[in-house]
Design a protein around this ligand. Structure first.
Ligand code: NZQ
Ligand code: ZN
Length: 382
């Protein structure tokens, strides 16, 4: 096992009706900025529930954070923080609103060009504290310190301990208003987050493996009920907890991590506007095929423990596990081939140079995914 330090200060407040506890978790006398997206919280009533539970605080609002949050919009919120002398921010939304908020609270206290936080990894020294009310189980942003921000065709990430949420309220009933597209995306994103930390090389980490397999098995087991849209509380609660646990740092302790699928996927989103999870569903299966030798031990374990598949032939085991993963994604309505998005093969060099521009080193847990392998992965994904 690798050495590690594990730190996660976000308080989780989980369950039905927990929004009623909102005010207990806010600093007294703080002036609050509510940040949200395109209005789903007004349609499903979350906005009004939040307002009812904010009677002791003065607050202002900033709405219109887009999916794949845009730098220019976020900088407008930074101006509001400064002009309104905001002490605490409350993000209400999915990964985009929460990621956007992380950037806003860091940029508000940053001297200089805030884009440098992303492009030059300029260190941040302080951030306005914030909490979240999660509306879409997928990214884990509600309990981690990462954010992914877009500007034109650039989609860049940053992370810093100062942007862990102080608390996150997770009420599974809030997910009842999600569309099948967003539910499918959420299941796939959480699944791939788990795989990026689990399907790497085997360095004898049985506890982390069992944590990861528990998440994968839960996502698979709950997916039918989640997608049937029967507003089944328990399946939504299990999905919500799985997605949070998939990317709050726990399953990644002491293991080697991959993240190449995400790095390639981010460029597909930046260049073609493909939903985050959908970009991953296209890349992951082909990446596993190309990397099957270095990931062999874990792929065999994945085939047997997660897909309950057995064969005496290891190639059959591995290929079957990848095909079952593809079928799982497809059944969620999430395509697994690049050609579905009508991207021309002639675009592959452009995609590869965008990946290399943003991450100028080889990708993967063994840093062995170079330009030639990127091309192989894209071709196998077509
Ligand atoms: O904007 P509103 O009106 O709220 O609508 C949103 C949005 O259109 C809607 N929605 C959210 N909750 C809803 C709802 N609709 C009905 N009922 C609800 N309860 O769903 C749409 C998509 O929302 P978005 O926040 O964009 O989705 P998601 O949570 O999948 O976040 C994706 C973003 O997170 C980043 C992605 O790159 C992408 O920008 N990621 C962040 C990570 C992190 N911070 O650790 C890791 C991930 O790998 C990912 O990169
Ligand atoms: Zn993701």
């Amino acid at each position: 096992m690798n050495n590690f330090e594990f730190y996660n200060p976000t308080k989780l407040i989980f369950g039905k009706g927990q929004i009623q506890k909102l005010e207990e978790h806010l600093p007294q006398k703080a002036k609050i900025l509510l940040i949200y997206g395109g209005g789903s919280i007004k349609k499903n009533g979350v906005y009004y529930a939040v307002k009812e539970n904010l009677s002791k605080h003065s607050f202002v609002e900033f709405s219109g954070i887009e999916p794949n949050p845009q730098y220019d919009t976020l900088m407008k919120a930074v101006s509001v923080i400064k002009s309104e002398k905001i002490d605490f921010v409350l993000a209400i939304g999915g990964g985009s609103v929460i990621d956007g908020t992380k950037f806003i609270v860091a940029a508000a206290n940053f001297e200089g060009d805030a884009w440098d936080i992303l492009e030059k990894r300029a260190p941040i020294k302080s951030a306005i504290p914030f909490g979240t009310i999660l509306t879409l189980p997928a990214t884990g942003s509600e309990m981690n310190s990462f954010a992914v921000i877009s500007k034109g065709n650039e989609k860049l990430a940053f992370g810093h301990p100062l942007v862990y949420p102080k608390f996150s309220i997770l009420d599974p009933e809030i997910t009842f208003s999600l569309s099948n597209r967003q539910l499918g995306n959420g299941l796939v994103d959480a699944f791939v987050h788990t795989i990026e930390q689990y399907l790497t090389n085997n360095i004898n980490t049985p506890i982390q493996d069992r944590f990861a397999e528990g998440i994968l098995l839960t996502l698979i087991a709950e997916s039918d009920k989640v997608m049937k849209q029967e507003n089944d509380y328990d399946s939504r609660a299990n999905l919500m907890l799985s997605a949070t646990m998939a990317l709050n740092g726990l399953i990644g302790i002491g293991v080697n991590q991959d993240w190449a699928t995400h790095m390639i996927g981010h460029e597909l989103t930046a260049l073609y506007g493909i939903d985050h999870a959908r970009s991953l569903a296209v890349i992951l299966p082909s990446l596993l095929r190309i990397q099957k030798d270095t990931k062999k031990d874990k792929l065999l374990q994945f085939a047997s423990r997660v897909w309950n598949f057995s064969s005496t032939d290891s190639d059959t085991m591995i290929e079957s596990a990848i095909q079952m993963t593809e079928a799982f994604f497809e059944n969620l309505g999430v395509p697994t081939k690049l050609r579905f998005y009508k991207i021309s093969k002639q675009d592959f060099p452009k995609i590869i140079s965008a990946v290399r521009k943003h991450i100028p080193v080889n990708l993967g847990e063994n840093q062995d995914i170079d330009e030639a392998k990127l091309l192989q992965i894209l071709e196998a994904a077509y």
